[in-house]
Design a protein around this ligand. Structure first.
Ligand code: BGC
Length: 711
């Protein structure tokens, strides 16, 4: 966010002319579908913002606003979280979780810029993205919206997408949900997050710091509560930390109806008036859709319970974002032709290829020759709504709007048909994702028996992903395991494609399949890229941004946990994650060697360099994500066993070696102590350069070097 003195002056001039009522209306954002009557009345006035409105109505409302006394342009927000995906026909990129598998900041930045163009061409100004929540209890329904489980990766990818959204001044981004929302106890969406402020600083704040530094224009207050305080009323975190410490200059919008929820659900405000007072003085600038907020805020100012200066400050922040976007001027939009244009499709193609993760391969892949007959089986082989996942027009818009899907999309079935034109392709559903209606496992077995290879697409469905769609059980639902067993029993090689919104318990899938590919929310091209991967048209490079549990009860299983747990395991489940953060196979083999540090003793405040050779030992060129991790041996508070502190994606031709270096700065070695200060404590640290999350060690090793920080 840029502060421009001339613009600030103009904003102050506008505010001076505004009545209290007009100011409070600027602090209101309206969703038409929730308030049909209020909408027709309020839209005659100069309200600050609208959400989820698309099409001609946007221009109509803009024109209407021009006829009001102050003629302040409204800002139009939309949940464009993986492309302008609520619009039928716009580019749908892979889900955030899928994008994270690419570990590719550059591509994600480009994706942000492409989305900004499509959103702007459609007349909208503001994307409610990125989601910076941390997905560690994966029972939570919104895992697919996140960049995974690691604060460092989330921060870097969040910053990249924000740079992309905001760089051409076309749209504002919105870092959400502030803060700790993904960590709600029991994976229960919008429930209380039982963590301390020290923990907030250690784990949940770093991605938001990255977002503010990258220039996000807005931040959204989470639904949940933190240690019993609703985020909407959390002055310390919304004002002292977000603005005071992180230096955020944009505006804060609440999540949907938060001003209402703090009295009706959280019960910390007795009525709308108290809710308005708590929420505004805590640091919220815009109320999403809580209509009672308007009257309550006006009354509270009149009664002297909210200082008008707080209202002025909120309006100032909102107008600042509008001015930065150029909304006060008549400005050209991007042409409609950018929506789903060739350039965005090519970008989507690249990103989708990098978003797939090869989880197992016994050598069956890539298919050397086109098989004579391919059996494509499974509930997610030809289901685009499940492949798109949440926040697309198929999940969030009225059914009539997607009766005819305009996107040129590829399910796995279409992809296989196109990439293997000379093969005979037969398809069977096998069974639905949930329940058994329409299951016909016998048919699936019949086509599997006569095929040379089975491509089996299993996974989850829309009813199992999204807001308030938390799962108590992450095993494959319905008859999917039965289908897997029956197909496996035919003896035909099985390539399983997991089309899911989150890591499921796939122990049996890994064991029974010859190869396994993970597609988290594949967007338009997930099916095409999966078929290309199977055919060896590119070398898979995706790595996991999140760990897989061995059983639902063995959650959480995130890689950066503590080492203080008795024996480190449940007595009835094998130790550790089934698949851990950073893991992912390719069609070649990378060798790591000659790891070295620039010095083994480092003075406080100094940086140290660590490097290693990475060699492509196989016959196929590929891209490898080289990862830097850090362990603090002893410290005044417990620290995670290992923490990601860097990653670099490099290209290697067959036989090629590259030396990869990282500079480890004091910030990479820091912890948050009991006084909530971020400090480096002297002592030993292990630094690792490795292809995935390494095992914790106190010793030098293949991937590890120990250094000592001295006073
Ligand atoms: C979600 C937000 C979203 C908002 C507007 C809420 O229910 O939690 O992520 O941006 O709705 O649609």
């Amino acid at each position: 966010m840029k502060i421009n003195p001339a613009t600030e002056q103009k904003i102050n001039d506008i505010i001076e002319k505004m009545s209290l009522e007009e100011k409070v209306l600027q602090m209101f954002q309206m969703d038409k579908s929730a308030h049909k009557e209020a909408y027709s009345e309020l839209s005659k006035l100069n309200i600050g913002s609208y959400l989820s409105i698309m099409g001609e109505e946007v221009d109509y409302l803009r024109e209407k606003a021009k006829k009001t006394k102050n003629a302040i342009p409204p800002i139009f927000g939309i949940d464009a979280i993986h492309g302008h995906s609520l619009k039928n026909g716009a580019t749908i990129f892979p889900s955030q979780l899928a994008m994270a598998c690419s570990f590719n900041e550059e591509l994600i930045e480009e994706m942000g810029a492409a989305t900004a163009k499509e959103v702007n061409a459609d007349g909208l100004d503001w994307v409610f993205s990125p989601v910076l929540c941390i997905a560690r209890d994966t029972r939570w329904g919104r895992v697919d919206e996140t960049f995974g489980e690691d604060p460092y990766l989330i921060g870097k990818l969040g910053a990249a997408i924000i740079r992309g959204y905001e760089k051409d001044g076309l749209v504002a981004s919105c870092a959400k949900h502030y803060i700790g929302y993904g960590e709600a106890t029991g994976g229960r969406d919008s429930y209380d997050t039982e963590v301390t402020l020290r923990k907030v600083r250690e784990t949940f704040l770093p991605p938001f710091k990255e977002a503010v530094d990258a220039g996000t224009s807005t931040v959204m207050t989470a639904y949940g509560t933190l240690d019993g305080t609703p985020m909407t009323a959390h002055k310390e975190l919304l004002t002292d930390v977000l603005r005071g410490e992180l230096g955020f200059e944009g505006f804060v919008v609440t999540d949907y109806l938060n001003f209402k929820l703090i009295s009706t659900k959280h019960r910390v405000a007795a009525n709308p008036a108290e809710a308005a007072r708590l929420g505004i003085t805590a640091g919220n600038d815009m109320s999403m859709n809580a209509v009672a907020f308007i009257g309550a805020a006006i009354d509270e100012v009149k009664n002297g319970n909210i200082p008008e200066a707080a209202i002025d400050e909120a309006v100032r922040r909102i107008l600042r974002v509008k001015a930065n976007l150029g909304l006060f001027e008549e400005k050209e939009r991007m042409p409609k032709s950018v929506i789903a244009c060739k350039e965005h499709r090519e970008l989507n193609h690249k990103l989708t290829r990098e978003s797939l993760v090869l989880l197992k391969n016994n050598g069956v892949l890539p298919l050397k020759n086109a098989p004579a007959k391919i059996a494509v089986i499974g509930p997610n082989a030809d289901n685009i709504a499940n492949q798109y996942g949440d926040w697309t027009f198929t999940s969030h818009r009225p059914a009539e709007e997607f009766a005819q899907i305009k996107n040129d999309y590829y399910t796995v079935l279409r992809g296989v048909r196109e990439i293997f034109p000379s093969s005979e392709v037969e398809y069977a559903l096998g069974c639905p994702v949930c329940g058994e209606d329409g299951a016909d496992i016998e048919k699936a077995v019949r086509i599997a028996e006569s095929a040379d290879i089975v491509i089996l697409a299993l996974g989850d469905e829309l009813s199992q992903n999204g807001e308030a769609k938390d799962r108590a059980d992450l095993e494959l639902s319905g008859k999917q395991n039965e289908l897997l067993r029956a197909v496996k029993a035919t003896g035909t090689p099985v390539v399983t494609v997991m089309v899911t919104g989150k890591p499921l318990c796939i122990g049996e899938v890994l064991e029974s399949s010859d190869a396994v590919v993970q597609m988290f929310g594949g967007g338009d091209l997930g099916g095409l890229c999966t078929a290309e991967l199977i055919a060896g048209k590119f070398n898979p490079s995706g790595k996991l941004p999140i760990s897989y549990p061995r059983a639902t009860g063995a959650l959480p299983c995130y890689y950066n946990g503590y080492s203080s747990w008795h024996w480190g395991k449940y007595c009835d489940v094998e130790k550790g994650a089934l698949l851990s953060f950073g893991y992912g196979l390719s069609y070649t083999e990378y060798e790591y060697s000659d790891i070295a540090v620039s010095k083994t003793q480092v003075h406080m405040g100094e940086s140290v360099k660590i490097s290693a050779n990475v060699t492509n030992k196989g016959a196929m060129a590929g891209d490898e994500t080289v990862q830097l991790y850090v362990t603090d041996h002893y410290s005044s508070v417990m620290t995670p066993r290992i923490n990601l502190r860097g990653f670099k994606k490099i290209h290697l031709e067959p036989g090629e070696t590259k030396r990869v270096s990282f500079t480890v700065t004091p910030a990479d070695l820091a912890l948050v102590n009991r006084r909530e200060e971020t400090v480096v404590e002297p002592g030993k640290f292990t630094l690792y350069i490795s292809p995935c999350a390494p095992d914790f060690t106190y010793e030098d090793g293949e991937y590890a070097r120990v250094i000592e920080v001295v006073e």
